[in-house]
Design a protein around this ligand. Structure first.
Ligand code: GRF
Length: 201
């Protein structure tokens, strides 16, 4: 039985594309029922249109305040009746009302080995810190920024001559493998959350 998933993205949407490709290839048993974006200029919109995925634009700048935006976003999310919401480069922090409305049903991908380097510019933080290994983390979203239970991680080496961009490219390749894989496990009902730990069964 296919699960209904919806993707939230703000930008180029390469992770969204990786998920769409995996669904089309039959490796992820899901139907993508919506792309929700806060950015009317997001390239992710073109990707959705090509794949005939309905697009919902909740333009942050058209609301008088954050509360209004969050209310509209919550309504849009409820309307899609998705079983899983996939944050793929969604550049706004979800308010606690939204997180609480969908417990254990929102996933995020972060370009660092959490709990190291949460927040913005994770790859830059990694280069500046001088770590020798970096990577990406797929996790469930809770009320803590980049802090929810970890589903999958993948690592890459950091080279001596890396800058933020070269490291980001290397990590991104792994993101495109990890995210579809984590979504596949969710769709197959194989993720069991036990406190902070996610058991893959
Ligand atoms: C990725 O690096 C992801 O880990 C982070 O935002 C970036 C989105 O890239 N959350 P894309 O829009 O999926 O290409």
């Amino acid at each position: 039985m296919k699960k209904r998933i919806a993707v939230l993205a703000s930008g180029r949407g390469s992770n969204f594309q990786a998920v769409l490709d995996a669904i089309r290839a039959g490796t992820v048993p899901a139907a993508c029922v919506a792309l929700i974006t806060d950015n009317p200029e997001a390239y992710a919109i073109e990707r959705a249109e090509k794949a005939q995925v309905p697009v919902l634009i909740i333009d942050y700048t058209s609301f008088p305040d954050r509360a209004g935006y969050e209310q509209a976003l919550l309504a849009a999310m409820q309307e899609c009746s998705a079983e899983l919401f996939v944050l793929a480069g969604y550049m706004r922090i979800l308010g606690s009302g939204i997180v609480r409305a969908f417990p254990d049903r929102i996933m995020n991908i972060h370009p660092a080995l959490l709990p190291s380097f949460p927040g913005l510019h994770a790859q830059r933080q990694a280069v500046l810190h001088g770590v020798k290994v970096a990577g990406c983390t797929v996790h469930f979203v809770d009320e803590c920024l980049d802090g929810g239970p970890i589903i999958l991680q993948a690592c890459v080496p950091v080279m001596e001559d890396d800058d933020e961009d070269t490291l980001a490219d290397r990590i991104l390749e792994r993101e495109h493998e990890c995210y579809p894989e984590a979504i596949r496990l969710f769709c197959e009902d194989r993720l069991v959350i036990e406190g902070r730990r996610v058991r893959i069964c």
